[in-house]
Design a protein around this ligand. Structure first.
Ligand SMILES: Nc1ncnc2c1ncn2[C@@H]1O[C@H](COP(=O)(O)OP(=O)(O)OP(=O)(O)O)[C@@H](O)[C@H]1O
Length: 257
């Protein structure tokens, strides 16, 4: 990575500055500024279509930015001279769809990228994978294929796969949305555990109860604008902005807070 360091962002693991993203000329993210400090758990909330996934995809350089910058540990990874693959390896990403390779066993799913991309030996990669799978209670499923696992187990494998590089930052995008309600808890419990271990996490979720209990900071997005950000008890309990209050009223009316 080149070192276009910026002292004003150096203390944060992630700094997003004036991020603008448009689709077909329409702004989807409008001047987002966001910092995530080491060991911090930051939760993005907002209505469907507010821009949460797009923000995570921009941070992970899966989308081209129309304006603004993304800094990882003070390095401007949105600079075209930076190797995006190298920057991405510092981030572990989990999406709503588990995206496990169906023809590979659990352990092969977890070790594929370390072996193929990083050149880690099979022996070392498997040892690390088995240790991680053990920590999430899935060591006995290491040789199983994804279709033999429940959705919750598959998503826990996807999280283990994201941990395989020991990433600086975890990006979780609605990771419980595709799960049956009874399986949501086991995945959120794992995220809670990762937070307890001091992992740095930026996640989008519709799970307001989880946001209230686990987030260090909640950010409310509306129409691609970061309207309000603060501790969960403030943003969810006593929001400053009318737009946040309206959103929360809808959530409360739907029985989700
Ligand atoms: N590839 C794309 N092309 C065009 N428009 C897109 C594309 N991806 C997202 N959008 C639009 O960008 C806006 C933000 O979408 P995004 O998926 O980021 O919202 P979200 O807050 O994550 O929603 P949800 O909670 O439903 O996942 C929406 O209006 C969406 O239709």
């Amino acid at each position: 990575m080149t070192t276009n360091a910026d002292v004003s962002t150096a203390a944060s693991v992630l700094s997003v500055r004036n991020l603008v993203k448009r689709y077909a000329g329409q702004p989807v993210l409008s001047g987002i500024d966001l910092d995530v400090a080491e060991h911090e758990v930051v939760v993005l909330i907002g209505a469907s279509g507010s821009g949460k996934s797009t923000l995570l995809r921009c941070v992970n350089l899966l989308e081209e930015l129309d304006d603004g910058q993304v800094f990882l540990d003070g390095v401007d990874i949105s600079d075209p001279r930076v190797d995006a693959d190298v920057a991405r390896r510092a981030m572990g990403v989990v999406f709503q769809a588990f995206n496990l390779f169906p023809h590979l066993s659990v352990v092969d799913n977890v070790t594929l990228a370390p072996r193929v991309v990083h050149g880690v030996s099979r022996e070392l990669a498997e040892a690390r994978a088995l240790e991680l799978l053990d920590r999430v209670g899935l060591a006995n499923r290491a040789r199983s294929y994804p279709d033999r696992l429940s959705g919750g187990q598959q998503q826990r494998v996807a999280i283990v796969r994201a941990l395989a590089y020991d990433p600086r930052l975890l990006l979780f995008d609605e990771i419980t949305s595709a799960l049956d309600p009874e399986l949501v808890g086991e995945v959120l419990a794992l995220v809670r555990e990762l937070a307890g271990q001091g992992r740095t996490i930026l996640m989008a979720t519709h799970e307001m109860g989880f946001a209230r209990q686990v987030a260090d900071r909640v950010c409310f997005l509306d129409g691609g604008v970061l309207v309000e950000s603060g501790p969960p008890e403030q943003v969810l309990g006593d929001p400053v902005h009318e737009r946040t209050r309206q959103f929360l009223r809808r959530i409360i009316d739907a029985g989700r807070l």
